[in-house]
Design a protein around this ligand. Structure first.
Ligand SMILES: [Zn+2]
Length: 66
């Protein structure tokens, strides 16, 4: 699998974000402050990982969920 760039999300407050798996387009909601890696529930791809306590993700779409 090609290496993908992880981008740190911008969140001003604790909350949940919706991210999209680039492999299978599965939408997934995860917490913005995570302590472990987040994998796609459908295909198992690594979608996000913690960077200094804040989510970094390969998802091109990051939406805050209220
Ligand atoms: Zn997937």
């Amino acid at each position: 699998m090609a290496e993908r760039a992880f981008r740190k999300i911008k969140v001003n407050q604790n909350g949940f974000v919706r991210i999209v798996c680039p492999d299978c387009s599965n939408e997934q909601i995860t917490y913005s402050r995570i302590s472990s890696e987040v994998h796609c529930l459908i295909c198992g791809a690594l979608l996000a990982k913690p960077t200094g306590g804040i989510l970094s993700t390969i998802s091109e779409t990051v939406e805050e969920v209220r």
